[in-house]
Write a protein of this length. Structure first.
Length: 91
């Protein structure tokens, strides 16, 4: 793996806020659609569906809000920076 970007460096699980909609994509709940996997925004706790899902709501959240980092849900060590298209691992 390449060196993580500055957005991912030194992150731990405690750096993420509580999930706004635990175990569910906010937009999919509203739309009545389904998701494949979930991602949580480090900046605000938004939970959106991954890019394998029809809605791609996590990426749309980044495009709308410019919050750069997310992690896999259920809480996992895998992280992603949208700005640098880099993956990382929580410490």
């Amino acid at each position: 793996m390449t060196q993580p970007c500055e957005h991912l460096s030194g992150l731990s699980p405690e750096d993420f806020p509580p999930q706004r909609t635990p175990d569910a994509c906010e937009e999919c709940l509203t739309e009545g659609t389904f998701w494949v996997a979930l991602r949580e925004c480090r900046s605000c706790g938004h939970v959106g569906c991954c890019d394998s899902s029809t809605g791609k709501h996590a990426s749309k959240h980044f495009n709308d809000m410019q919050h750069p980092v997310m992690r896999a849900i259920p809480p996992a060590a895998w992280t992603w920076c949208y700005v640098h298209e880099a993956q990382g691992v929580l410490e």
